[in-house]
Design a protein around this ligand. Structure first.
Ligand code: AMP
Length: 283
């Protein structure tokens, strides 16, 4: 595995990989790698002979708001590099903030409507930060495919819209959520949780499953399902619910009557840690 901090280093290595006809895959991350990240490398290799996997690790300052955990975000490049190497990642791109953003930089990417609501409501500018950095990474690597996790479902919707709007020649792929045996979705931020909080946090998935069960039993009132979800989390996870919503699966539009596939989405503070999760329900 090659590790580079430089855009030129990425371009040189990807060019060579392309000459030997390998399919170029990009997996963007912020590091503190876990099985959710690594599952995407495995997924990329499934049924493919010749893939060239580029993983990026960059804690993107542009997507953190004031008072968020940019400084505290877990960073351990040594451990991450070892995990990526074991997963047969070919190229690890670990740029500095200066390499990604020149001091004169003036360009950002805004995906207007999809960036509003849900996580966008409490994190203004977050999705512009995400879209901007992912647009840069896609331009640097120029992959055939880029992988993102369902864990950040709104993020995927935003990035898919961006790729379509900007006619980016890349296929975006969505990877299923990897969970702990307790049901807790893996996240780098789980490192902030105490043992007690982890037990509480596992109830978030229980709440999503219980709400999905209500829909399967015939509940069609989205508002009632959202209320159920909120109350379940408040009672069982002892969390402060930032949002608990039912949206259309395809375009994240609000729903009144559930007649088509939906996605249940939540953001919850367990202690001081903000966690997100979601579940797709086909009807
Ligand atoms: P992050 O490092 O948290 O920015 O995440 C990098 C990528 O990994 C994003 O596309 C996430 O959606 C994805 N990811 C994070 N957690 C999980 C998980 N538990 N299962 C699947 N993908 C995940």
């Amino acid at each position: 595995m090659i590790i580079t901090e430089y855009v030129e280093g990425v371009r040189d290595n990807v060019r060579k990989a392309r000459l030997s006809d390998r399919k170029i895959i990009l997996i963007p991350t912020m590091g503190a790698l876990h099985d959710g990240h690594l599952s995407m490398a495995r997924l990329a290799k499934e049924g493919e002979e010749d893939v060239y996997i580029v993983m990026s690790i960059f804690v993107n300052p542009l997507q953190f708001g004031a008072g968020e955990d940019f400084a505290a975000y877990p960073r351990d490049l040594h451990r991450d590099a070892e995990m990526a190497r074991r997963e047969d990642v070919d190229l690890l791109f670990v740029p500095s903030a200066e390499e990604m953003y020149s001091p004169d930089s003036q360009t950002t990417v805004q995906v207007a409507r999809l960036s509003q609501g849900l996580c966008g409501a409490s994190r203004p500018g977050h999705f512009a930060g995400v879209a901007t950095v992912v647009a840069k990474l896609l331009n640097i690597v120029q992959p055939d495919e880029a992988f993102f996790g369902q864990k950040d479902y709104q993020q995927f919707a935003v990035l898919r819209r961006m790729a379509e709007d900007l006619k980016l020649p890349v296929k975006l792929r969505l990877a299923p959520i990897v969970r702990e045996p307790s049901g807790l979705a893996l996240s780098s931020r789980n490192a902030y949780l105490s043992w007690e909080e982890k037990k509480d946090a596992a109830q978030i998935y229980a709440a999503l499953l219980a709400a999905a069960e209500r829909i399967r039993e015939g509940e069609r009132d989205a508002q009632a399902v959202a209320e159920f979800l909120r109350r379940f989390i408040e009672t069982h996870a002892h969390g402060r619910v930032e949002y608990a919503e039912v949206r259309q699966k395809n375009d994240l539009q609000p729903v009144e009557a559930i007649t088509k596939p939906v996605v249940l989405l939540v953001a919850v503070f367990v202690g001081r840690t903000r966690l997100i999760d979601n579940l797709i329900v086909e009807v």
